[in-house]
Design a protein around this ligand. Structure first.
Ligand code: 0RQ
Length: 495
């Protein structure tokens, strides 16, 4: 344990999960480590749920980096102990709880979240609960497989509880680059000019006197499943790679493209696979989540560097990562999500943002979060941070969902996450609409012609033509605009 808790004066804080959980009181706000679900605390949450089992009114607020696993989000949601949840989740039980309004969920741009915690917008953080690989001699915290919002939770919380996870190798020390910007009016430029730049420290600097408990655990993160790459996703990827090739040909993108950001899910996986099969080499990945397929791309030389805020690998992926750690160490960097997703940095490095839509409308507005305008799926995550600040913003989606009962291209989106002003390119398996510089009607024509499924092309054209008769800049017939969704809600079919 001396290797894990190097700060001698803090060794007296080593205690049981139960004891540490006792510090989390009813009504408190807990800020935990964890991002898309890796590197989140597990032992103290388990002990807390056991401890408050019989307390009927026990509620806390849970803030994290992004999604965390079943053994935190799922457990807390099922125990009914969450009052408010921020800023992103992907857990089934949590989704159910927030869609039934049992949990108040605030869905927030990830780049905004850390600074707004510091600004005090969300009240006081009572306890920061973070998973760590090590506590340094100075009492500083070395995170494990994600950083997310841990730095801000540690700096703002009154008390810190650390879960030292012995299953996470000490070799992780050095892979983190922790930097916290100043706040206005004294904010300085973030000195990250090149995606490979190191600008911070390999640990979270904290006031060691705030560390009130250290819990030693070997609980593993819940295993991560990967969405399979289907034929539609492969075609979407192909359409996108063809587009990149043309953009290079006409000189709008350099040979090595620009730093790529990729969202999560089956289409995002297929896009990375498509890039791997393409002629592009020596690319830079500047994103949030580093998944198994990023290791593949690094191994084969398609990527030469990957920067993210979490290592979201399968058990096999981790085995491979740890085996070749010395090699990956120079090619992978983890940053706080306040930096990985920072619009200042994204604008400067000229990122290519590739995210997935649930649906897009004929004018290019994108819904990434809500099913039929009302049921929350996951959250906006970092998609908005990258989309608006990027050099080129791309949304991918299969043209239909639920075996064709739903068109993902609709007259008007039922919820807006990314406005038409932020969306440059929409890609489906049918083709690609390049919306740059187009007027609303031109956008609608391009999207219907290139992206809509043939079964829905005609109804979309009819909608547009009817709306155009009203001679408007952005033609809509308001009574019809959401009628496709309404029809689906009533009959389970949009057609
Ligand atoms: O439903 O779960 O019942 O099968 O939506 O759809 O096709 O599995 O999509 O896994 O690629 O995720 C946008 C949700 C896509 C994801 C979203 C139904 C469909 C299925 C899921 P079932 P798929 P994917 C990086 C950036 C926002 C956050 C983000 C996401 C379910 O990419 O959460 O981008 N993005 N973060 O059947 C009704 C439609 C539908 C539909 C699909 N038009 N109408 N239902 N579905 N299209 C990560 C971070 O920032 C942390």
């Amino acid at each position: 344990m001396e290797e894990r808790v190097k700060c001698k004066s803090l060794r007296s804080k080593i205690t049981s999960a139960k004891e540490a959980a006792g510090m989390i009181k009813n009504g408190m706000t807990l800020g935990t480590s964890g991002f898309t679900p890796t590197g989140y605390p597990k032992a103290v949450p388990e002990a807390l749920v056991k401890m408050v089992e019989k307390e009927e009114d026990f509620k806390i607020n849970l803030y994290t980096g992004a999604s965390v696993g079943q053994s935190l989000d799922g457990l807390f949601a099922e125990a009914g102990i969450i009052s408010k949840r921020m800023p992103y989740q992907t857990n089934n039980s949590m989704r159910k709880a927030l869609n039934s309004c049992d949990v108040h969920y605030a869905d927030i741009h990830l780049s905004h979240f850390s600074q707004q915690v510091r600004y005090g917008f969300y009240g006081k953080i009572d306890v920061a609960l973070v998973e760590a690989a090590q506590i340094t001699e100075e009492g500083y915290i070395v995170p494990t497989t994600s950083i997310g919002a841990s730095p801000v939770f540690c700096s703002e919380a009154e008390h810190i509880i650390v879960e030292i996870n012995t299953k996470k190798p000490l070799g992780l020390c050095g892979i983190h680059d922790i930097y916290q910007p100043e706040d206005p009016p004294n904010r300085q430029p973030i000195p990250l000019v090149n995606p490979v730049d190191r600008i911070g420290k390999p640990y979270i600097e904290v006031d060691p006197s705030k560390i009130k408990a250290i819990v030693i655990t070997d609980l593993e993160d819940d295993p991560i499943g990967f969405a399979p790459v289907d034929e539609n996703s492969r075609q979407i990827a192909k359409n996108l790679i063809d587009f990149f090739e043309k953009e290079v040909e006409v000189g709008r993108l350099p040979e090595k493209l620009l730093p790529l950001q990729s969202g999560v899910g089956s289409v995002a996986n297929a896009v990375l696979k498509g890039i791997s099969d393409s002629r592009f080499k020596d690319l830079i990945f500047y994103s949030e989540v580093i998944q198994d397929n990023v290791l593949d791309l690094l191994d084969e030389g398609t990527f030469k560097f990957a920067s993210g805020t979490s290592l979201t690998l399968s058990p096999e992926g981790f085995e491979r990562f740890y085996q070749k750690f010395d090699e990956y160490r120079s090619k992978i960097l983890l940053r706080p999500m306040e930096i990985s997703n920072n619009p200042e940095v994204i604008r400067r490095i000229g990122s290519i943002a590739m995210n997935t839509a649930i649906e897009a409308d004929i004018f290019g507005n994108v819904n990434s979060t809500h099913i039929m305008g009302s049921k929350m799926m996951n959250g906006i995550g970092g998609s908005g941070d990258f989309t608006r600040a990027s050099y080129l913003s791309i949304f991918t989606t299969p043209s239909i969902a639920k075996d064709g009962d739903i068109s993902s291209i609709v007259p008007m989106v039922s919820h807006v996450d990314h406005t038409e002003h932020d969306v440059n390119i929409i890609v489906t398996e049918q083709g690609l609409a390049d919306l740059r510089g187009l007027s609303p009607v031109q956008r609608a024509e391009a999207i219907i012609e290139n992206c809509a499924h043939p079964d829905y092309q005609k109804p979309l054209e009819e909608y547009l033509n009817k709306a155009k008769a009203g001679s408007c800049h952005t033609p809509h017939t308001l009574g019809d605009s959401l009628s496709w969704h309404e029809k689906f809600v009533q009959t389970k079919k949009m057609r």
